[in-house]
Design a protein around this ligand. Structure first.
Ligand code: CP
Length: 324
């Protein structure tokens, strides 16, 4: 695989290769030196046209742990403020010897357009989608998968471990690229995936669209929280993406928390050892109660961030070593 743009066409063996490679990189990260020479001499450019804390920083540290040289670009402090286009920006980074472009943009499809342009130019640059609009966030989907699978079997994380598990994805499904990537990986795993959100954020047309996807018999949509939480093994709660909402979509935050916010009390509906995930950043006290977010007995939020480094090392390793 030359580019990583989506999980829609990921195969079981690709999922397992990422999970197992990430596990071996996690072992590297636990050593004193923490570094391997795998991508020595390669340049990884983080081209972020939209803000980020964890994705950008963890791709940077992942690249550094693989001994690559890293470049960090933020649109607000770049020559785009003088009118340079996205494609010209990408070509500028190409001309500086970039091997891997990690791209985030608020519009769906931008990483795909840049990947197409690199292919058209006949250059061996790989593009990694770090979140494109409402479309997909593949590295987040993979780190969520890794976080859950390593909890079940730390030595041999594999996608088959999720077969028959019940996983609830709760909240702003409509605007969530994280939900989109997670739906692909979780459906592929054989888990039962329950989506729950208010009708404005899980509209009927969208539920119907999802109902036409492959293996959709394992995908359920609800406008109430309870059916999704009942006997759930894992609950993934999502940020209300206010920046992508027009005013009429934004719910009252108090009412949203009452109906869809995850609290200790609501978790009583789930399996006793249920775990809660959130991709971050979190609107504390809205999607999840503040005390639950910080409770290591239930919350995997910090583990997700930690997993992100090893998983992104695995992704850079796959596309970086394939370039050799
Ligand atoms: N989960 C996630 O993508 O977070 P950032 O926006 O901080 O990268």
């Amino acid at each position: 695989r030359h580019h990583i743009l989506s999980l829609a066409d990921f195969t079981t063996s690709e999922y397992n290769a990422v999970l197992q490679t990430a596990a071996s990189f996690q072992e590297v990260l636990s050593r004193r030196t923490k570094k391997v020479p795998t991508l020595q001499g390669q340049v990884v450019a983080n081209l972020f046209f939209e803000p980020s804390t964890r994705t950008r920083s963890s791709f940077e540290i992942a690249a550094k742990r693989l001994s690559a040289d890293t470049l960090n670009f933020a649109a607000a402090t770049s020559s785009m403020t003088k009118g340079e286009t996205i494609l010209d920006t990408a070509k500028t980074y190409l001309a500086m010897g970039t091997d891997i472009m990690v791209i985030r943009h608020k519009e769906a499809g931008v990483p795909h357009v840049i990947a197409q342009e690199m292919d058209r130019l006949g250059v061996k640059v790989s593009v990694l989608n770090a979140g494109d609009g409402q479309h997909e966030h593949p590295s987040q989907g993979l780190l969520d998968l890794f976080t859950i699978c390593t909890l079940i079997d730390p030595a041999q994380p594999r996608i088959e471990l999720l077969e028959g598990k019940k996983i609830a994805i709760v909240g702003d499904i409509l605007h969530s690229r994280v939900a989109r990537s997670n739906i692909w990986s979780l459906i592929a795993s054989g888990a039962e995936v329950y989506l729950a959100g208010p009708p404005t954020l899980l509209p009927k047309f969208f539920a119907e669209y999802l109902g036409r996807t492959e293996n959709s018999q394992r995908l359920f949509t609800h406008w109430q929280l309870e059916p999704a939480l009942e006997n759930a093994d894992f609950v993934m709660t999502l940020r209300l993406q206010k920046e992508r909402m027009t005013a009429h979509l934004l719910p009252s935050l108090r009412e949203y928390h009452q109906l869809f916010g995850i609290t200790r009390n609501k978790l009583k509906l789930c399996k006793p050892n249920v775990k809660v995930l959130h991709p971050g950043p979190v609107n504390r006290g809205v999607e999840i109660s503040s005390d639950l977010m910080d409770d290591p007995e239930f919350s995997l939020i910090q583990s997700q961030v930690t997993s992100g480094v090893a998983v992104r090392m695995a992704l850079l390793y796959f596309i970086g070593s394939g370039r050799a």
